[in-house]
Design a binder for this molecule. Structure first.
Ligand SMILES: [Cu+2]
Length: 414
């Protein structure tokens, strides 16, 4: 009996010991696996219940293990890349939020409305304006600054807003269409055109749309972005790099531009030396709303020669002029007595420096920024080279012609 009990006890002890060994071995495996995974370190270990294996098997196992560990290393590398990417994203977001907090959106309210415009002399023109003036308010921002432009339509016709030259998301400046297709195919007098019609009644439809809009299909289900009479609409975006841009109604309402709806959006660089004089010059024609048979008047910033204020400069000053052509014709603009250095065309800085011109041909929709250093005291002309654009009733100056006048000349005048 005693012998039997002793064997039983010994058996139990041996079983417990084996169980303990197995537990220890399993725990070791788990810990080692964790270490290997976390640090990507390579350990070759043999723990637990190992079967005796031959040299070939061992080499095979080690090669397999090596491959597995290499894979694991690659995976860790890719995870590390993803984590870095996410961290970069977080940094960008944090910088953007910081920028936004430090750089709140510049808010501008544009009131599109009819107004009597004094283009000079006795000529008053019934025009369409932003805030009662031609051009509308100039929006000056520094690169990176968000803008929020709220358009209030106080006219009798629908309108829209386009930011010429600025790359913005589609929902800010995409071609506006009603859900049922193009919606401004009515003539200016309100009579329906032969083209397809959209949701707006003829009485509210604005001006004739661009030709060629014959199919509704590509525009189906796109959101309506016309601003109807009495409505307001906010456009928010961050203009890209520095440059001269402008706003005016969308192409489907382009006729409104010819009646005076436009204004400048100037994005200034964060650094660099601003010119002493920095002036936008809108060159265009103005149609008289109350007399459709009258010829359009050529204007610079809403005034016609000889009533355009002269550009006053001081000897030695650096002058930047930002020309924007808002009419249907090319304008060959000539400055006498100076060479204009072309700094940018259509919002882009020129790659080729030192381009000097005395005459610039500015095509419809183009912007050309020039600079010159005032160094030739006198009175000079800045005018179109086309007789039709610089005369009124056969007399110069009329239309696009103004004077560049040195302040030093005034001192000489008795
Ligand atoms: Cu445009």
């Amino acid at each position: 009996m005693q012998k039997g009990q002793a064997r039983q006890q010994a058996d139990n002890q041996s079983k417990q010991s084996a169980k303990r060994n197995t537990l220890v071995a399993s725990a070791t495996v788990i810990v080692l696996l964790a270490i290997t995974t976390a640090a990507g370190l390579i350990f070759t270990t043999q723990v637990g219940h190992c079967e005796p294996i031959g040299m070939d098997d061992l080499a095979g196992e080690q090669a397999k293990e090596k491959l597995e560990l290499e894979d694991m290393g690659k995976e860790l590398k890719s995870i590390k890349g993803e984590v870095n990417g996410a961290m970069q994203g977080m940094n960008d977001l944090s910088n953007m939020l910081h920028d936004r907090a430090a750089n709140p959106a510049k808010e501008i309210h544009l009131f599109a409305k009819e107004a009597q415009i004094d283009v000079g002399g006795t000529t008053k023109i019934k025009a369409l304006t932003y805030n009662g003036n031609i051009p509308g308010p100039q929006i000056d921002v520094v690169e990176g600054q968000p803008v929020r432009i709220v358009l209030h339509n106080q006219m009798k016709v629908p309108t829209s807003l386009h930011f010429h030259g600025v790359i913005v998301p589609h929902d800010v400046d995409g071609l506006p269409r009603s859900k049922s297709g193009p919606s401004t195919n009515a003539a200016a007098d309100g009579s329906p055109s032969t083209g397809p019609r959209g949701g707006l009644p003829p009485s509210k439809a604005g001006f004739r749309s661009a030709p060629g809009t014959t199919s509704d299909a590509p525009f189906a289900n796109l959101p309506e972005r016309f601003v109807k009479p009495g409505d307001s609409y906010g456009y928010q975006f961050i203009p890209q790099g520095p440059g001269t841009y402008y706003y005016h109604p969308q192409i489907v309402h382009l006729e409104q531009r010819a009646h005076g709806l436009y204004g400048a959006l100037v994005v200034h660089p964060r650094s660099g030396h601003p010119a002493d004089i920095d002036q936008v010059m809108f060159l265009g024609t103005l149609k008289n709303d109350s007399d459709p048979t009258a010829a359009p008047v050529y204007v610079v910033n809403g005034r016609t020669a000889p009533y355009i204020p002269p550009l006053e400069v001081r000897n030695g000053s650096r002058v930047r002029l930002r020309f924007i052509n808002v009419c249907d014709e090319s304008i060959p603009l000539h400055l006498s007595g100076h060479k204009m250095e072309v700094m940018a065309t259509s919002g882009s800085d020129l790659l080729e420096p030192q381009v000097f011109r005395d005459t610039l041909t500015i095509n419809p929709g183009d912007r050309i920024d020039v600079e010159f250093t005032a160094g030739n005291i006198g009175v000079w002309s800045l005018a179109s080279e086309k007789v039709s654009q610089t005369t009124s009733g056969g007399k110069f100056p009329g239309g696009i012609a103004l004077f560049v006048r040195y302040q030093e000349m005034k001192a000489q005048t008795p």
